[in-house]
Design a protein around this ligand. Structure first.
Ligand code: NAD
Length: 268
């Protein structure tokens, strides 16, 4: 008996990185999985791999910036597998060239990130919830980011869009809890996915690694296992929460290093 045996999961952005990990782990633990992604070839390839390993999955085109496309993905899931138990709203994009500080940010990019990163969570949930109510409950999981909890010199839209995901998670949990629909989010720190490795030079990855409490980087499965737990009934009393999976990167007071140096000098 798998940890999510018999559940039906729709994973957006499921063809790569965090989404692919969650889709693969849920399939391994007995869920039927729809992998919905802009990169439909990669989504179908991922589904084929899952099937070759004895799991149940199908790949599907999704453009998470389009309301109709999100509705089609939900409808397809219910038509294919008769129900919808788990929705992993995972699509999210960033743009280091245009998403700058508040004075210089490209406003079209602000709008795009709010649509792809935040509105897609609203819409996925909006279309999935009636099916989950009919099924007697469900679990919605959203991908936020540690960028929701800290300021930065750039990426104003990304941080704001992910902070909105954190609170939208609470609103959905509050509004549909009595229907036995749970809604939680996962907030990854830096995770070595294809997107992160493409966007960040090795020297920048080293800087991030240096400030982790743990001596290693996060991997897609670190988030995938958290999603698996939130999708499963093991987490049946957890709702409205955002679980931070970030290696202790944001845990300590950043002034501590300078403070310790000051104390050492004061003692000598
Ligand atoms: N990797 C990290 O360090 C990190 C940190 C914090 C948060 N996140 C968040 O995790 C999520 C997944 O990121 P990842 O690192 O796995 O990225 P990734 O690029 O490896 O995977 C993202 C997937 O989403 C798909 N996609 C992109 N835009 C889409 C759209 N409009 N419609 C449908 N599919 C689309 C891509 O084709 C890709 O398969 C995102 O929400 C991201 O913001 C990642």
């Amino acid at each position: 008996m798998g940890r999510v045996q018999g559940k039906v999961a729709l994973v957006t952005g499921g063809a790569s990185g965090i989404g692919l990990s969650a889709a693969s782990l849920m399939a391994r633990e007995g869920a039927k999985v729809v992998i919905a992604d802009y990169n439909v070839d990669a989504a179908k390839e991922a589904a084929d791999i899952i099937k070759s390993q004895g799991g149940e999955a199908v790949g599907l085109f999704l453009d998470a910036s389009q309301e109709d496309s999100i509705k089609e993905a939900v409808d397809y899931t219910v038509a294919e597998y008769k129900t919808l138990s788990v929705l992993f709203n995972n699509v999210g994009v960033t743009n280091l060239q245009k998403d700058l500080d508040v004075v210089h940010i490209d406003l079209d990019e602000w709008d795009r990130l709010m649509i792809v990163n935040t509105k897609s969570v609203l819409l996925g949930s909006r279309f999935a919830i009636p099916h989950m109510i009919e099924a007697g409950g469900g679990s919605i999981i959203n991908t936020a980011s540690m960028a929701a909890f800290a300021g930065d010199s750039v990426r104003s839209a990304y941080g704001a869009s992910k902070a909105a995901v954190v609170n939208l998670t609470r609103y959905i949990a509050e509004q549909y809890g009595k229907d036995k629909i749970r809604c939680n989010a996962v907030a990854p720190g830096l995770i070595l996915t294809p997107a992160a490795e493409k966007n960040m030079p090795a020297a920048v990855l080293d800087i991030f690694g240096k400030f982790n409490a743990l001596p290693y980087h996060g991997e897609a499965d670190d988030i995938g296992y958290t999603v698996l737990f939130l999708a499963s009934d093991e987490s049946k009393f957890i709702t409205g929460q955002t679980i931070q999976v970030e290696g202790g990167h944001y845990m300590s007071n950043p002034s501590i290093v300078d403070f310790n140096q000051y104390m050492a000098q004061a003692r000598s």
